[in-house]
Design a protein around this ligand. Structure first.
Ligand SMILES: [Zn+2]
Length: 344
């Protein structure tokens, strides 16, 4: 069963499989938890169970419907081949399919109208159920969210929604009140290890990647990519160099150095933060007062990641970060820190 392939989320798996077994499936779930811990995998397993034609409660994984429910098209839009498993996500559909909308930062109301509402009026194509999976539900524009409300509250019989989100606090209360929460946690180290080894990551890199990924399998796998690793390492070294240079010129030059994609930047800053975790550990082990400086620097990097995740302007956040990291050099225990912290 596909449910068996969702590792490290026993409580979420139990909730869904129990409701399927009892034939008491809710019409709208909200899967909450970090990115890359199995939310989408479980949503697909759930959809598969609902469209299976072999009469197996949790899906047989062998019938044609089961296979199409979890096989995505190789051409855009990369959505499941089964017509009753409907995927929604920012920039998932070519702009011409959703009224010319580019969807740079949010899921547009056009996508909801054309992909969801247009189908909500009709029965499923071939299965008895129809499942709408919304990836990154926190990115629904307020118009898109509002357009969904009525259908989300009272969908046609057989229609189910699964909203996936890593930022449930951003969702409208009206969306939250209409969906049943299912919580996902970061993956335990042993589960992450099994996943990484199964995907061919060399044994000697597993511990390092697990430490960086914070229980998120997709992030660990991305980090394992050699080209990405090299670019990340260059970024970390560039930042350390900018910190060492006198004045702020190097910081500004580094901050402005090239287009950096937000996700990549967050991931690379995560690797940079790890430098200070190591430093703090080493200094603390030697009883050195510089452990405090490393801890403060770590906190500054985490603040910068937070600012970037909240759509802060990357060049400003980065130059502010280097300035604050440099200022942290003057920190001494007992002396109150006065550093220009890069806040959103
Ligand atoms: Zn099946």
């Amino acid at each position: 069963m596909a449910f068996e392939h969702v590792f490290g989320q026993p409580s979420a798996v139990a909730t869904l499989s129990r409701s399927l077994a009892r034939g008491r499936v809710h019409h709208a779930y909200r899967f909450e938890g970090p990115d890359g811990v199995g939310k989408e995998l479980l949503a697909l397993a759930f959809a598969q169970a609902l469209v299976c034609t072999a009469g197996v409660v949790l899906g047989c994984e062998r019938c044609d419907a089961c296979r199409r429910a979890t096989t995505k098209s190789t051409r855009p839009p990369e959505v499941p081949l089964h017509p009753d498993v409907i995927f929604v996500g920012r920039a998932l559909y070519p702009a011409e399919l959703i009224g010319g909308k580019k969807e740079a930062s949010e899921i547009s109301v056009e996508q909801i109208r054309r992909v969801v509402l247009s189908r909500a009026a009709y029965p499923p194509h071939e299965a008895r159920h129809q499942v709408v999976i919304i990836r990154g539900a926190e990115e629904l524009s307020s118009n898109a969210a509002n357009a969904l409300l009525k259908t989300l509250e009272e969908p046609r019989s057989g229609m189910h929604f699964v909203l996936l989100t890593s930022q449930p606090e951003v969702l409208l209360d009206t969306i939250k009140s209409r969906t049943l929460p299912v919580r996902f946690g970061p993956l335990p180290d042993d589960v992450l290890r099994t996943i990484l080894l199964a995907r061919g990551v060399p044994e000697e890199r597993v511990a390092e990647l697990s430490a960086l990924a914070g229980g998120r399998a997709s992030l660990a796998l991305e980090l394992a990519d050699p080209e990405r690793s090299a670019a990340r390492e260059a970024f970390v070294q560039g930042l350390l160099e900018a910190m060492r240079r006198p004045g702020l010129g190097a910081a500004v030059a580094f901050a402005e150095g090239g287009e950096r994609e937000r996700t990549w930047l967050v991931e690379s800053l995560g690797a940079f933060a790890q430098v200070f975790v190591e430093q703090a550990r080493e200094h603390a082990a030697r009883g050195s007062s510089r452990a405090l400086q490393a801890a403060v620097r770590h906190a500054l990097v985490i603040d910068a990641i937070d600012a970037i995740e909240r759509n802060g302007q990357a060049t400003l956040v980065m130059s502010g970060l280097v300035a604050s990291l440099k200022a942290a050099r003057q920190l001494r225990p007992g002396k109150p820190p006065s550093i220009p912290i890069a806040r959103r």
